[in-house]
Design a protein around this ligand. Structure first.
Ligand SMILES: Cc1ncc(COP(=O)(O)O)c(C=O)c1O
Ligand SMILES: N[C@@H](CCOP(=O)(O)O)C(=O)O
Length: 521
């Protein structure tokens, strides 16, 4: 058998110089094109298609505007201090620019549940189901198909959407059977999305509200975030789509090249800062309190309104049956609360009859929530997060810690952790069954493996693992693993390519050896 050093050194991706002089901001060139619907050489549209078509000079926003005059919105939402009792007098309109309560605590978007409860669970189920798979503005989006539960008062004209959401709920048949003896294991592929992560779900909501605020002449010149790579990608894409300036603070040399190039390509103003994510987060909070830059991190509770729709979608995809477990990788800890909130609304409004149990999975190198959980919720301490292959969750001082604890306590939740070797092995195992997941999903799968092995999760439990980003954003980690180039890691599931001479006999030899190692079907 020929040598296995398959990834030739020349093919190794070079570290990207984030301070490269050519990577300075330039406004993007706008290319306009027009499309004629009256081209005499094109075939006439099929009769069925033309029957229901809107007028040729009307686009889907116009159509929504025309139809809106006949609908009467009775729903509303406001900011309240997070976990404030029913007697708290403090609240803010969503049209105010506010991220913190008077006491400095987190905020939450509170919906007028009494108005929503005027309609029963069957009404909401039917309404949401009726909107799936359509191109009606804005309901073609998995987020905006739940508009009444997200931003009920926004004018559809102000919505900035890439028809995000409606992501695949994948039956992990082979992974479940082969590695866990499970029959009902599912992966919610939130990363198979416009910018390759679940952040699109929250960002469409935040940027739509910013669009509205700017039309109302509120002082918002740009939108900014600190990021480990995915929030910045989503922010810059939605801002570019709406023509709003975006500013992103990135920890220098700590995010993947695929993530770094996203805001650059989308025309964001990118600052590569010599600190970690927690340092960037501190800076953006200070900057947004001084300058007319709107904060786009999940500290801003608007984001979570979009992200919670992934939970509603999971229930919808199971025909409104509740899974037993949902496992979510956690970093800044907004998403675990967003899932809780989505499930909770469905329960409270009668779409389903119970809640699933949530598991939050952290990298052992960035595990403040896990340590807090293990202390019996007694002693929270921020940590200095170490380098992890799950780089998007290398966060030691999560802004949504209180939201996460609330969510987990109220659904009998669990926190697990994954070492570097465990998360990389889990990712490789999942990939070997036909997935192509990110290391963060490897963290969530490790939590599943541990809870399954300890018997906490049973073989027949319906379990959903939330995959948060696309594996294509994290190819370098896969290259390192399959090259067995990771220090102190056995890389047990590595599958390096085989180098062989361009010779029929040599090729036949390696193929026969390979086929001989495989059991006949
Ligand atoms: C790919 C990926 N997975 C998981 C997370 C964790 O989400 P959260 O910060 O909401 O806990 C993030 C971001 O933090 C992420 O980018
Ligand atoms: N993984 C995140 C970290 C920031 O999280 P956020 O949800 O608070 O914006 C990223 O991709 O930046």
């Amino acid at each position: 058998m020929a040598s296995c050093s398959l990834f030739h050194p020349q093919t190794k991706i070079k570290p990207f110089n984030q301070n490269h002089p050519r990577l300075t901001y330039r406004p993007p060139t706008v290319i306009s094109c027009s499309f004629s619907t009256s081209n005499p050489s094109s075939p006439p549209p099929p009769a069925a298609a033309s029957k229901n078509r809107r007028a040729a000079d009307e686009n889907i926003r116009d159509e929504a505007r025309r139809q809106r005059s006949t609908t009467n919105n009775t729903f509303s939402a406001k900011y309240v201090p997070f976990n404030a009792g029913p007697d708290s007098p403090e609240f803010y309109s969503l049209d105010e620019i506010v991220y913190r309560s008077r006491s400095g605590g987190l905020l939450d978007v509170q919906h007028d549940m009494e108005s929503l409860k005027k309609f029963d669970g069957a009404y909401w189920r039917d309404l949401f189901d009726s909107r799936v798979g359509k191109t009606t503005w804005p309901y073609g989006s998995g987020v905006w198909s739940k508009k009444e539960w997200v931003l009920p008062e926004i004018d559809p004209d102000d919505i900035v959407s890439a028809f995000e959401g409606n992501s695949n709920l994948f039956w992990a048949e082979r992974f479940g059977k082969q590695f866990l003896g499970m029959n009902d294991l599912w992966v919610k592929h939130c990363g198979i999305s416009h910018t390759g992560s679940f952040k699109d779900l929250g960002m469409t909501v935040l940027i739509s509200q910013v669009n509205r605020l700017r039309k109302m002449k509120r002082p918002v010149v740009g939108v900014g975030c600190a990021s480990t790579g995915d929030t910045s990608a989503a922010l810059s894409a939605y801002c570019a789509s709406a023509g709003i300036p975006s500013i992103v603070f990135l920890p220098a040399n700590k995010i993947s090249i695929a993530q770094l190039v996203q805001p650059i390509a989308n025309g964001a103003f990118v600052l590569s800062i010599d600190t970690d994510f927690d340092g960037c987060m501190k800076l953006i909070r200070e900057v947004t309190s001084e300058l007319p830059i709107y904060l786009a991190n999940s500290l801003n509770s608007l984001r979570l309104e979009g992200q919670k729709t992934a939970a509603v979608e999971i229930l919808q995809q199971f025909d409104w049956e509740v899974p037993d477990w949902v496992i979510v990788p956690g970093g800044n800890l907004g998403n675990i609360y967003a899932f809780y909130k989505g499930f909770k609304m469905c329960h409270e409004l009668g779409l389903v009859d119970r809640m699933p149990r949530l598991v939050c999975a952290q990298a052992a190198n960035a595990n403040p929530l896990y340590l807090y959980y293990k202390s019996g919720w007694k002693d929270f301490k921020a940590v200095k997060a170490s380098t992890t292959f799950a780089s998007a969750i290398q966060i030691g001082d999560p802004v949504s810690i209180d939201r996460a604890v609330y969510a987990l306590k109220n659904c009998n939740g669990i926190v697990e952790e994954a070492t570097e070797e465990e998360l990389m092995d889990a990712m490789a195992q999942a990939d070997s069954t036909g997935m192509f997941i990110c290391p963060h999903t490897g963290v969530a799968l490790t939590a599943l493996i541990k809870l399954r092995n300890s018997g906490v999760i049973g073989p027949l439990d319906r379990t959903v693992v939330v995959s948060t980003a696309h594996g294509l954003k994290f190819t370098q980690s896969k290259i390192d693993y399959h090259s067995k180039e990771i220090k102190d890691m056995a890389c047990r599931f590595a599958n390096p390519p085989v180098q062989v001479k361009a010779d029929f006999g040599a090729v036949m030899d390696v193929l026969k050896k390979y086929l001989g190692s495989k059991a006949p079907i």
